[in-house]
Design a protein around this ligand. Structure first.
Ligand code: EPZ
Length: 428
């Protein structure tokens, strides 16, 4: 087991290059299984979720490997199995995309119930509702989701709730169905658009991705090709908040500023200076951070995956801030860890009240999930003294070269083995 050791107080200054979007890459990698051909996907982040999916594809008879930095070659032509058991898929939520891809390719799929971060219930009823609308029969038994269809026919599907995963899964399952599928109340995240663009570049006929209504005209077959993953909106937002949290001055490069509108607006409301360029954003922090209220919403609202990072920043803002989590029913578990560092936050269901203005103090803390881990790193950068962060496996799932990028900006952070003593003076 490993831990981060952080000596707080350094201002982050300089430039950071953002990697490909993890939540897009994991969907594109599985979507490539629809294609009985070779797909080359560029700008794929080297994070553990990527390696888990590479392993799954190879176990299913496909071939997946990195052929260059960030360049993944996937050959789905030899795929010969539509069953993904528990030990294979329980590690990551993105394994749920196997249901849509295997159903779309083989008209059947047997996939273990998906795993993922733990913020309460993570149902798949909307995924199964979509598959059933396309003509599939879905049964969940012994922890396996068993789906089969004589044929897949286009249908009108209204999503009771906006769901990124279900929207993507229905696109995968209907790309080669007979006729047209219309998804209403679809998710509009940047990675939804990325998946639609990828499928279209492979011969699919998908219109409206990024809006509430997505139309998918089924095609006979998809062909291989090349595609580049969009920059990671959540990694970029994490670095923007880290720059503000350390009163630093950071140029966040290789991004799509439009994807960060809600974060830029909230940071400006708090007194942080934001300058937008074509493919970068400069963030300059302030010692007079103003309080703010944050409500997470599906895109284009404030992203739930930046809620822990933003709440951590709000502990430094003078006054009382309210954070409302509207996407997940239990995404404040990490607050307990912030309290160890002296944060004054009270949580009631989906609402957290942050009494800001105090200074955090370093402490041993444990990451409870991917984005909570990133928030604790930000807390360590802000705090007086040394912070040790355990359970790095979560952070390694979604942040490529995290400590290297932070150190290049001046952060005093290092990765240590669990048992190693953490001497603040030897952190560098
Ligand atoms: C994706 O999860 C992301 N994961 C999550 O990011 C992100 O928090 C979430 O979208 C929302 O943006 C990946 O892309 C791999 P949802 P997903 O289906 O697809 C309910 C991270 O840190 N729901 O949009 O699982 C669900 O309970 C991760 O990178 C149903 O009720 O999220 C939740 O309340 C964490 N039934 C809401 O919808 C369903 O069938 C949104 O979930 C599906 C979802």
């Amino acid at each position: 087991m490993e831990k981060y050791v952080i000596l707080g107080g350094a201002k982050l200054e300089g430039e950071v290059e953002i990697s490909g979007a993890k939540n897009s890459a994991v969907a594109l990698i599985v979507a490539a299984l629809l294609v009985e051909d070779v797909c080359i996907i560029e700008n794929v982040p080297a994070v553990s979720d990527t390696y888990v999916l590479i392993d799954i594809i190879n176990q299913l008879g496909g071939k997946a490997e990195f052929v260059d930095k960030g360049v993944l070659r996937i050959d789905g032509s030899s795929l010969n199995c539509c069953e993904a058991p528990y030990e294979m898929v329980s590690k990551i939520r993105a394994s749920s995309y196997l249901m849509g891809a295997l159903l779309g390719r083989f008209k059947q799929a047997r996939v273990a119930m998906p795993g993922g971060c733990d913020f309460g219930v993570r149902p798949i009823d909307l995924h199964l509702k979509g598959f059933a609308a396309l003509g599939a029969e879905c049964n969940v038994e012994y922890g396996l989701v068993d789906i089969k269809a004589e044929a897949l026919r286009g249908a009108g599907i209204y999503m009771d709730q906006v769901s990124v995963g279900a929207t993507i899964n229905i696109m995968l399952a209907s790309a080669m169905a007979e006729g047209q599928t219309v998804i209403e109340n679809a998710a509009k995240e940047p990675h939804i658009v990325d998946v639609a663009n990828f499928l279209n570049s492979m011969g699919a006929n998908i219109k409206g991705a990024g809006t509430d209504v997505i139309k998918i005209k089924g095609v006979e077959k998809l062909h291989g090709g090349m595609y580049t993953v969009i920059p990671d909106q959540i990694e970029a937002g994490t670095f923007m908040i880290a720059a503000a949290a350390t009163q630093g001055d950071v140029l966040i490069k290789n991004i799509i500023p439009k994807h960060l509108d809600s974060i830029s607006a909230k940071l400006e409301e708090m007194g942080v200076e934001i300058e937008e360029y074509d493919d970068s954003i400069r963030v300059r922090g302030t010692s007079e951070l103003r309080k703010a209220n944050v409500k997470t919403m599906p895109h284009p609202g404030f992203p739930t995956d930046l809620q822990p990072q933003m709440l951590t920043l709000l502990t430094a803002a003078k006054g009382t801030s309210i954070v409302t989590e509207n996407v997940w029913d239990n995404r404040f578990k990490y607050v307990e860890e912030l309290r160890r560092m002296g944060a004054t936050v009270s949580v009631d269901g989906r609402t957290a009240v942050v009494e800001g203005g105090g200074r955090l103090s370093g402490s041993p803390v444990s990451s409870t999930d991917l984005r909570a881990g990133a928030a604790l790193v930000i807390a360590g950068l802000m705090a007086d003294g040394v912070t040790e962060i355990y359970n790095l496996k979560y952070i390694d799932r979604g942040y490529e070269s995290f400590e290297q990028k932070l150190r290049a900006l001046g952060a005093q952070i290092t990765r240590r083995k669990d048992g190693e003593k953490s001497y603040a003076v030897t952190i560098a």
